[in-house]
Design a protein around this ligand. Structure first.
Ligand code: F6P
Length: 510
């Protein structure tokens, strides 16, 4: 194909651009940072690179003209109102999202949604093909764009294609429910390298290739003959490269006098509690907010905690508000918060401070600095960057992280206070363990977690990913003996942590 406009050696494709076009009541439009972990992670990686980013601008209708933001070239892809409904809210977030998150809510299957998903993926592939320089590296992101790799390969066989999944990849038994399972896998296998958050996700994918499609796998590679006229066999590598955060950037932000002053102000406005518990989540049923509130309510009922000494601040960032499961969850959460506050708040001091807003980065940093206990209790989460952001912001080694074992972050943050979010007794005990742990124990845990996140920050993740893509299907890095020892040590710490929480739970249960 002929390339008419500007082209780039590195092209990122993600459902959203890093900025959304926001049109206010007077019709005035502004660009605002778009929500979600993907953008916050990729933002610092793409900073200063001469690259293009292909994505949706967040509004229905004709796309705005491509434009530069700092060095980045932003190439908007247009979605009609129906496409937003069928490709984004429908197939991506009401079919794939539940299947990829353990079917916490049932998945909905509609053939029209699938058709629109295909159409929109093709539009993304065309947009990428138009801005990729000859031989460029293309980095496709997430479950919304699983067909792009093969579609792009058909348009531009000269480019190197990588895909990274920010969410879990489901076990074969769940993936098999998808009527379009074969097409999805063949779409992904257009890539040279497929990156996942956890080894278990990469293994799930390879098992799907083997069991559902009869392909042959060896180690972390799959070899197959692509459908169509081209008989050449291809080998694709699929392995885990867990995403991270901009440790240095966040740590520096959390050290600024403005953020420190704002953190003190937040605590003061909450009535200067002795213990401030904090939850910050996208309002999503995967995040375990209901379970967390149940545990907190029981701690209030048992008088283990009470305002004004202890209070909970829960931020629930608006998300996918036109999808039924999200609407219902919001209603239920807000009813529960109302009930808990009605029952347990005292004059001048509220049991739960609930905010249905999104906040800028510096305000989030101030919340993290202010919070004594950070509650990250998802039922299933690809990674959970909030856990890592909290750790990065605690320059003072203060605070404690309560972390669900069903997050990708659990595989790295072994020194957190670990819980099983389905085990309400266990969550209560883990919160109380975090509250009552001696200060030197908490500092020790925080120091170790900070070292882990600092050593494996988002910049390292991006360079590991791009190296893996460049050398795929070969693996660019060889594990040293030292890192094997580290892994074993971490696994030991994990087992000890799980044993402690199970034993505590069993004692109460019995
Ligand atoms: O990784 C999960 C994800 O869907 C990202 O693609 C996105 O950045 C984030 O969650 C927020 O989701 P949405 O774009 O649907 O608001």
């Amino acid at each position: 194909m002929t390339l008419a406009g500007p082209t780039f050696d590195l092209v990122v494709a993600a459902n959203r651009l890093p900025v959304d076009l926001v049109i206010d009541a007077d019709g005035k439009s502004t660009w605002e940072r778009s929500p979600g972990g993907l953008v916050s992670a990729m933002e610092s990686v793409m900073e200063g690179r001469d690259a293009a980013w292909v994505g949706w601008a967040g509004e229905p209708g004709e796309p705005p003209e491509p434009f530069h933001q700092h060095e980045l070239y932003l190439h908007p892809v247009g979605l009609s109102a129906v496409e937003i409904q069928e490709y984004y809210e429908g197939f991506s977030n009401d079919t794939l999202w539940p299947i990829y998150h353990d079917v916490i809510v049932p998945a909905t299957f509609h053939r029209t949604w699938w058709n629109t998903y295909r159409t929109v993926n093709h539009r993304f592939a065309q947009a990428v093909a138009a801005v990729a320089a000859p031989g460029a590296t293309v980095w496709v992101h997430d479950y919304q764009l699983q067909l792009v790799p093969a579609m792009l390969r058909a348009l531009r066989p000269d480019v190197r294609i990588g895909w990274f999944n920010h969410i879990p990849f489901p076990p074969v038994e769940l993936f098999a429910q998808l009527p379009w399972r074969r097409a999805l896998v063949e779409g992904l296998l257009g890539a040279d390298f497929l990156g996942f958050q956890r080894t278990a996700d990469a293994e799930n994918f390879l098992r799907v290739c083997r069991r559902l499609l009869g392909m042959s796998t060896k180690g972390d590679t799959v070899t197959f003959t692509p459908p169509g006229d081209d008989p050449a066999r291809r080998t694709v590598r699929a392995s885990a490269i867990p995403i991270s955060v901009d440790f240095r950037g966040l740590s520096a932000l959390a050290r600024t006098p403005e953020v420190l002053a704002r953190a003190a102000e937040i605590r003061a406005s909450l009535g200067d509690p002795e213990i401030l518990l904090l939850g910050v989540d996208r309002l999503d049923y995967t995040k375990g907010i209901r379970h967390r509130l149940k545990a907190y309510e029981e701690l209030l009922r048992d008088k283990a905690v009470s305002p004004p000494t202890v209070t909970l601040m829960q931020v629930a960032t608006p998300s996918r508000e036109r999808v039924d499961a999200y609407r219902l969850l919001r209603d239920e959460l807000e009813r529960t918060v109302g009930q808990i506050n009605g029952e347990y708040s005292v004059l001048g001091s509220t049991a739960i401070h609930y905010f249905h807003h999104s906040y800028p980065k510096d305000e989030m940093a101030a919340m993290f600095v202010a919070a004594d206990i950070m509650l990250v209790t998802p039922l299933r989460d690809g990674m959970n960057l909030i856990a890592k952001e909290y750790v990065a912001c605690r320059n003072d080694l203060g605070g404690a992280l309560v972390l669900s074992e069903f997050t990708g972050a659990w595989h790295e943050l072994h020194q957190a206070f670990i819980c099983n979010p389905h085990d309400i007794e266990g969550v209560k005990l883990t919160i109380m363990r975090a509250i009552t742990a001696p200060e030197d124990e908490r500092r020790r845990r925080m120091r170790a977690m900070r070292k882990g996140v600092a050593d494996n920050d988002v910049q390292r993740w991006a360079s590991l990913y791009l190296d893996s893509l460049a050398s795929a299907p070969l693996n660019p890095h060889r594990r040293t003996r030292a890192s094997d020892d580290e892994v074993r040590e971490a696994e030991r710490a994990d087992r000890a942590n799980l044993r402690a929480s199970d034993r505590a739970s069993e004692r109460i249960g019995g």
